[in-house]
Every structure is written in C-alpha cells, then in structure tokens.
Ligand binder design. Structure first.
Ligand code: NAD
Length: 445
C-alpha cells in the first residue's frame, strides 16, 4: 500500500512538497532507498560509477534481485521520478540532498573508506557550482567519527562552508536483503544524526510519514547505533549456534529451546534459528570494523570477537557431520542453496563459500543449485557444476547439503531424493519437513 495512504494521507506529495534527492551508490541500500523514495513521489537521481548499472536502471531493470523492486522501479522510471547517471554535477545540481550509499568493505579487519571518500570528493566538487543549501546524508555504515571527518573533504573540494552552505547527517540503514524494499518502507525506527537544525528539519520532513519512531542524535551516536545493532544481532546468532551445537550433543531439540526462549519479550524469537552461521556483506565486516575501532580506542570487544570466531567455525561443522557418514574423496556432493540466505542473489560471505572450498580441498565433485545466486557464485567458483534445478543437482550424488532456507526446499519429499546414489542429507538450515523426508540430519539437530 502507498505509504501516504497507509499513514492516513490521501495524496502523494504535490509538486511543491516533492523533495529532490540524489543517491551515490546503487547497490542494495542505495537502489532500494532510491526506488522507495521515488515510489513515494519524490524526484530521485541515482549515481553510480558502474555504467552497466546506470544503463539498467535507466531502462527500469533492477541490477539486483529484491522482492517487489521490479514493478516499483519500472513505475518510477516511467513516471519520470527515478533517473540514473554517472555524472555527479548533474545529480547534485538537480537535487537538494545527496545520500552516500556506497560500499564500506573490510580490509584486513578495518573499514575501507575509499569509496566513501571518493563519493564525498565528487559531491564536494559538484557543490562548487551550487548556490543553494545542500545536505549530504551518510547512509553507508561507517565507524564513529567518519562522517565528521568527511566534512573537511567536502569543504576543500567545494570551497563552501559546513553549516552555512551545506549540512551533514548520518542516517544509517537497517534493511535486510531479500526484504530490502519492504524494510526501507517499513522501518522499525529512523535514526537521524546531525549537528545542524536545517538538515534535521529536512530529514524529518522526508521521513514524517513513515510512521516509525525517529531517534534524533549527533553524528557519532547515529554511526554507533548501526554498529551496536549489527554487533548485537551477530552475537545473538552465534549464541544460538553454540547452544545448538550443545543441544545436538545432548539430544535436545534446539528449535524447541529457541521457542521457549523466544516468548520472553526481553529475548524475542528472531535470530534464534541455529544453523550454519551468518553470512552477507555486513555482519562480519561491521563486527570487524567496530572491534578494530575499539582496539584503536584502547578497549576490547571480547564477546563480539568470540561471536566472529564461532561463526567462522560453524560452516565447517556441516562437513564434520558429513565425514562421520562417509569418506569424502571422489564423492559427489549436491549443494542446495548458495545465497547467504533465502530471497537474495547475494553470496558475499555466504557460508556456502567456506563449504565449497572445503569440499574441493577434499577432492569432491560438486553439483550446486540455487534459484537466484548461481550467476554471482560462478564469479567465485567458475568450474563447479551448476544445475538448473534441485533434481539435476541430486542426480547421482552421494550426499546432499542444504545451505540456504529457500522456500522451494521446504516442499522436498523422500521421492525427490531417489535420484541420489547414496541418501545422506544434512541440513545447514532447518527447512525439510519431518513428515515428508525421513533420515536426515541437521548441523545442530
Ligand atoms: P553494494 O556493494 O551493493 O553497492 C555499492 C554501490 O556503490 C555499487 O553499485 C558501486 O558501484 C557503487 N559505488 C562505488 N563507489 C562509488 C562512487 N564513488 N560513486 C557512486 N557509486 C559508487 O553495497 P550495499 O550492500 O548497498 O551497501 C552500501 C552500504 O550500506 C554499506 O556501507 C553497507 O555496510 C551498508 N548497509 C548494507 C546493507 C545490506 O544489507 N546490503 C544493510 C544496511 C546497511
């Protein structure tokens, strides 16, 4: 439903209340922010250094797989509310605020600000010719202190004054891949960190109809809220995985334990699904970045360090379970699921990568199937066998490992596994239904 109707407004913004927004970086965060804001009636210009992505967006074709994005993007492009360019001058001149949503990868455990600084320089240079106030909004996840430090970059490149000619905000994003557009449009909270009133007022205006609590704070606190949230979730997952490992040894159902814990409002049921561990582009690199930031500030984050270590070891456990059943050398292993979680094509830091490496080292033949992530995984492992469906992956396999909780795997039944040579099935994610499939084992169950 249109967010304005959902929140009791009958109209989308009229021409005078439409905001003009540009967004640097058209990945999962930048693109979903852009499509989401354009679908609310704002004028959005996406900026990227990747020409291919720009061409696709201009044609209304999403460069990423995300639920619901295709239609909203097509509508936004055809109604003239969503445009894309490589040209910062054009985008900044034709907008009043620019979000930075470029990647912030990890290099040797520390945050790499190369893309953020490069975007800040380009925005600064484009601001030189502007005469009206402009707001720069940090949406990328950056360690506390970063946004303050890019103010001088923008001042230098633009020859303009912070607070007078431009303002700066931190507005971290909490979306989940796979539900990215939905999450952007339906946030649990909106965090706005800023030092100037003009920027705060503009940001409040942008988000006024989202129906979520707004946390107003300074730049560094807003940056820290994002790290604190991701660090907590990563720790929660590693906690339940360790507990799951113990439950398996004791013959207990870890999911029953999670159910019993989850009703406690202080705990909550989410992120208590024991399994092969977390992946994705954020949890590890954000945990590493804040651990590093803590070290350089003379303190330690021991819980988080342990959470990372647990997560590093968890994917290997599925191979250990498998090796208890069979000698691996020369065996064919079917992998169902490659994406780091369901409903995404993203394989960044996916547990499947670790599993594939280990199986290849043990001289196995791999048949891999994923409904969306094959193209991305082929760039990492070009020469394993990729199949078009589950059946082809299972054909002649000695064992099957389920690594992603895709819905289609939930429907698998005993008959589907008949094409395997041996019937060893091990789940890294809890998907199979006991009434439909007999004799399978889980990593922690
Ligand atoms: P991504 O890697 O999918 O996309 C980044 C985009 O930025 C790419 O398209 C790249 O070409 C572009 N880019 C690089 N340098 C540029 C420049 N100078 N100017 C314009 N574009 C440039 O990244 P993402 O997953 O969308 O993440 C972006 C940020 O948001 C990161 O800091 C990440 O930690 C954070 N974040 C990500 C998620 C998530 O689930 N992916 C959730 C919340 C926050």
């Amino acid at each position: 439903m249109n967010i304005y109707r959902k929140h009791g407004h009958s109209e989308i913004p009229n021409e005078t209340s439409r905001l003009r927004i540009s967004i640097a970086g058209t990945g999962y965060v930048g693109l979903c922010t852009g499509v989401g804001l354009a679908s609310l009636g704002h004028h959005v210009i996406c900026i990227d250094v990747d020409r291919k992505k720009i061409d696709m967006i201009k044609r209304g074709v999403p460069p990423i797989f995300e639920e619901g994005i295709e239609k909203k993007m097509k509508d936004a492009v055809s109604s003239g509310l969503l445009d894309a360019t490589e040209d910062y001058d054009y985008a900044v001149t034709n907008s009043d605020m620019t979000f930075i949503a470029v990647g912030t990868p990890s290099v040797n455990g520390s945050i790499d600000l190369f893309y953020v600084k490069s975007a800040a320089r380009s925005i600064g240079a484009a601001l030189r010719g502007k005469t009206t106030f402009h707001i720069v909004v940090m949406k990328s996840t950056v360690v506390p202190g970063t946004t303050e430090s890019i103010v001088s970059i923008i001042e230098k490149e633009s020859a303009k004054k912070y607070g007078q000619d431009f303002g700066v905000c931190v507005n971290p994003e909490f979306l989940r891949e796979g539900r990215a557009l939905h999450d952007f449009m339906n946030p649990d909270r909106i965090v706005i960190g800023t030092g100037d009133k003009k920027s705060l007022a503009q940001m409040e205006d942008l988000y006024k109809d989202f129906g979520a609590p707004i946390v107003r704070t300074n730049l560094m606190t807003a940056e820290m809220i994002k790290y604190a949230s991701n660090a907590f979730l990563a720790s929660k997952i590693s906690f339940i995985n360790e507990l799951g490992n113990l439950c398996k040894k004791l013959g207990l159902d870890t999911y029953k334990v999670a159910e019993g814990m989850g009703y406690d409002k202080r705990i909550g049921r989410q992120f208590l699904d024991a399994g092969i561990g977390f992946g994705g582009s954020c949890f590890r690199k954000d945990a590493e970045a804040i651990i590093q930031k803590a070290k350089s500030s003379g303190t330690e984050m021991r819980i988080l360090q342990s959470a990372l270590q647990t997560n590093l070891e968890q994917p290997i456990k599925i191979i250990e379970v498998l090796e208890k059943r069979t000698e691996l050398k020369g065996k064919t292993v079917a992998l169902l699921g490659l994406a780091f979680k369901k409903d995404t094509d993203d394989v960044r830091d996916a547990p499947s990568i670790c599993v594939i490496k280990d199986l290849l080292a043990k001289k196995c033949v791999i048949n891999a199937y994923d409904p969306e992530a094959t193209k991305n995984m082929k760039t990492i492992f070009p020469s394993i066998n990729y199949t078009q469906n589950v059946q082809d992956a299972l054909k002649g396999a000695d064992a099957c490992l389920i690594l992603t909780e895709w819905e289609e795997f939930k429907d698998l039944k005993d008959d589907d596994f008949f094409r395997m040579k041996g019937k060893i099935i091990i789940e890294g994610r809890r998907v199979l239904q006991r009434e439909k499939v007999k004799n399978f084992e889980g990593i922690c169950w």
